[in-house]
Design a protein around this ligand. Structure first.
Ligand SMILES: Nc1nc2c(ncn2[C@@H]2O[C@H](COP(=O)(O)OP(=O)(O)OP(=O)(O)O)[C@@H](O)[C@H]2O)c(=O)[nH]1
Length: 359
């Protein structure tokens, strides 16, 4: 059976920065063929046009499809499934599918739609990325323009108009595999860190929280998370019934009004390579790697290892602390070394990580 095509779902309120993030991703796709599905919203949305104008050779108009308005769980059979099938029927299949939700429809029903038999054999949900307006959330508003979000809701009869934004926000967080704290340029570094830590503590175990400005995340960080999200919906339950009274402990009372236009080092990403000699035990090394990833908040780690006595290369792929390994090919005449690429948010402790990986 051919490998399933991975799909990444991008969610987040109107104005959080989804389109900006997707644009950046398309412009830096490194040759990956990405098809986009946009759950567009009537007159308020211009995302399709913005993205169609991208002009990148890997991003042609044919690769952008729109879902009609409305609640995904009502339109899944008529709209979503045919759209995906159309994509899959192409001769030139995409390497990856990215779906931008309208932001108000909860992500859960969309993810669940991937369990439809027509789709589940061919596509898997690689990850759910929730883009957060860091500034709005820090200020307890959740969206930059609450009135615009409310207007968007009113236009759609399928959406309930009563649920407070804070609860929709919780649902978006509950469904996320990766939370992007965007617009970090509008906050002080301390505020960004505090929000990231808070969201991390409120999200499921293993969820990655990254900070960004203008959604500038490396494609390697965004795509290829390998979560098969459609298979663990139970963990991503819609919250909805919560009582919210945590306004008191939500915010910093003393946040400054003037925006800090500090440099953006704290939300840049970096990667570096560690090389070492043979390892002796593949399973033990995978555990060692998982520990190091946890200790240093590494986002991705990938590469290969030479295992004593094994002619084949051991490939390592880690997303967060989940490490996959398999023997991929013989070393042949290549030098028997272990070579690992470490990817994370800027500020990784290279020396400590290198020492730990070489131990
Ligand atoms: N200062 C700042 N502005 C940003 C950032 N990311 C996005 N923006 C701006 O925020 C606005 C909304 O960004 P979009 O990418 O259109 O947001 P969206 O989530 O796609 O919104 P809709 O598609 O309308 O739901 C735009 O004017 C962006 O230029 C950021 O990191 N910092």
């Amino acid at each position: 059976m051919p490998a399933k095509i991975p799909a990444t779902v991008i969610t987040g309120f109107l104005g959080a920065g989804k389109t900006t993030l997707i644009r950046h991703m398309l412009e830096n796709a490194k040759g990956k063929r990405i098809a986009l599905i946009i759950n567009e919203f009537g007159d308020l949305g211009v995302d399709g046009d913005i993205l169609k104008g991208c002009g990148d050779e890997t991003c042609t108009e044919d690769d952008i499809m729109e879902l009609s308005n409305g609640c995904i769980c009502c339109t899944v059979a008529d709209d979503f499934v045919p759209t995906i099938e159309k994509l899959l029927a192409r001769e030139n299949k995409p390497d990856h599918i990215v779906i931008e939700t309208s932001g108000l429809a909860l992500p859960q029903p969309l993810i669940r739609a991937f369990n439809w038999p027509e789709i589940s054999t061919q596509v898997t949900v690689d990850g759910v990325v929730t883009v957060v307006d860091g500034k709005a959330v820090t200020e307890g508003r959740f969206a930059h323009n609450v009135a615009a979000v409310d207007a968007q809701r009113k236009l759609d009869e399928n959406l309930d108009h009563e649920t407070p934004l804070s609860e929709l926000f919780e649902d978006q967080i509950a469904c996320a595999d990766m939370i992007v704290v965007n617009k970090s340029d509008l906050l002080s570094p301390d505020e960004v860190d505090a929000l990231a830590a808070k969201l991390k503590s409120e999200s499921r175990k293993g969820v990655q929280v990254v900070k960004s400005t203008m959604g500038a995340l490396p494609v390697d960080v965004l795509l290829g998370q390998g979560n098969s999200a459609e298979g663990d919906m139970d963990a991503r339950h819609e919250v909805h019934h919560h009582h919210h009274d945590h306004d008191d402990d939500h915010h910093d009372d003393h946040h400054e009004d003037d925006h800090h236009h500090h440099d953006h080092d704290h939300d840049a990403f970096e990667s570096f390579v560690v090389e070492r000699g043979e390892i002796t035990d593949a399973a033990a090394f995978a555990e060692q790697v998982a520990d190091i990833i946890r200790a240093h908040d590494i986002l991705r780690l990938k590469g290969f290892a030479a295992v004593t006595g094994k002619p084949m290369r051991l490939t390592l792929q880690a997303v967060g602390p989940r490490v996959d390994t398999y023997f991929d090919k013989p070393f042949g005449s290549d030098p028997r070394i272990t070579r690992l690429v470490v990817i994370g948010q800027a500020g990784l402790d290279h020396t400590a990580i290198e020492t730990a990986l070489k131990a």
